[in-house]
Design a protein around this ligand. Structure first.
Ligand SMILES: [Zn+2]
Length: 304
């Protein structure tokens, strides 16, 4: 652990990305007195506001979405600020790009580099630059951040400050493996897992706020039970968040924790009990929120 409080900068593509893939880890850092800044590159309103997308699907060219965009952006950022405050994350910033600005631009790189100069982070967290083969806003954001890290480290222009960031981590590096055929397994590795079991209920409660994407309630519980539960299971804990370090860590000795050793020497029953905490057991669904079997596919839906 570093000898002084760290400054962390999380750069997500869409508003909810700022916490839903690395929020538990960032909550731990905030708890120990580190400074955490979250930046959302895009508004998320054109691709992640499901109510608005549904409305467009129904009304098509009768609906001019520009008339509703300002309200939609406001709703999304309001949800995210409320969600982040549950995790103890207060500094949430928006760069305001549209989420259909999918291609990497110099302006994106420069805007992120300016944030790096301002925040002067020790650690940057962002998306894997080749998520879904690099053909996704997440990947564009990851690429923009790596370029911005390089740009901020140079002289810059005029009187602009410069800053060299010590560590970059890509979050959820294996998250899209198996989801599509373009993800490059050869560049995606889990190098670090953070045990977030103690804050998983806060993460789910935060997701309950993301109602414009219907993330709250049953979906929040299912999503983190399966996603964070699977990552935690890889290292013998109930819930984890996975990261890929861009650069190697330098140390005096090899990094081995007491938890690493205890996992290999404890009775199997204890290890399985630790892994088997379940979100539904810790936090029942809020009033009025449920799930249903009525939307299940039946055998006839699979006829080819
Ligand atoms: Zn996203």
């Amino acid at each position: 652990m570093a000898s002084r409080p760290l400054r962390l900068l999380m750069v997500g593509a869409h508003p909810a990305d700022t916490f839903d893939q690395a929020g538990g880890t960032l909550a731990h850092h905030a708890q120990q007195g580190d400074e955490v800044t979250l930046v959302t590159l895009t508004t998320g309103a054109r691709s992640h506001h499901w109510e608005l997308i549904e409305k467009k699907r129904r009304e098509q060219d009768a609906l001019d979405v520009e008339e509703l965009m300002e309200q939609a952006v406001g709703e999304k950022m309001g949800e995210v600020r409320a969600a982040c405050s549950i995790l103890g994350l207060q500094d949430v910033r928006a760069l305001g790009f549209d989420d259909d600005d999918i291609l990497l631009t110099r302006e994106m790189v420069e805007r992120i580099a300016d944030v790096i100069r301002d925040v002067a982070p020790d650690v940057i967290i962002t998306h894997h630059p080749y998520e879904i083969g690099g053909l996704k806003m997440h990947a564009t954001t990851g690429q923009a951040v790596v370029y911005a890290f390089q740009q901020a480290a140079g002289t810059g222009r005029g009187r602009k400050r410069n800053h060299m960031t010590a560590k970059i981590f890509f979050m959820n590096p294996m998250g899209y493996m198996g989801h599509n055929t373009l993800a490059y397994a050869s560049t995606a590795h889990i190098t670090t897992v953070i045990d977030i079991t103690d804050v998983i209920d806060k993460k789910v409660a935060a997701m309950d706020h993301i109602s414009s994407q219907y993330y709250g309630g049953a979906y929040a519980r299912k999503c983190h039970e399966v996603g964070d539960g699977r990552i935690g299971g890889l290292v013998g804990v109930a819930y984890g968040e996975a990261f890929q370090a861009l650069f190697p860590t330098v140390g005096y000795t090899l990094p081995v924790s007491d938890a690493d050793i205890r996992r290999t020497s404890e009775p199997a029953e204890e290890g399985l009990a630790r892994r088997s905490e379940m979100i539904p057991g810790r936090m029942p669904l809020p009033e009025g929120m449920g799930f249903s079997s009525e939307f299940r596919f039946g055998p006839e839906d699979y006829d080819l």
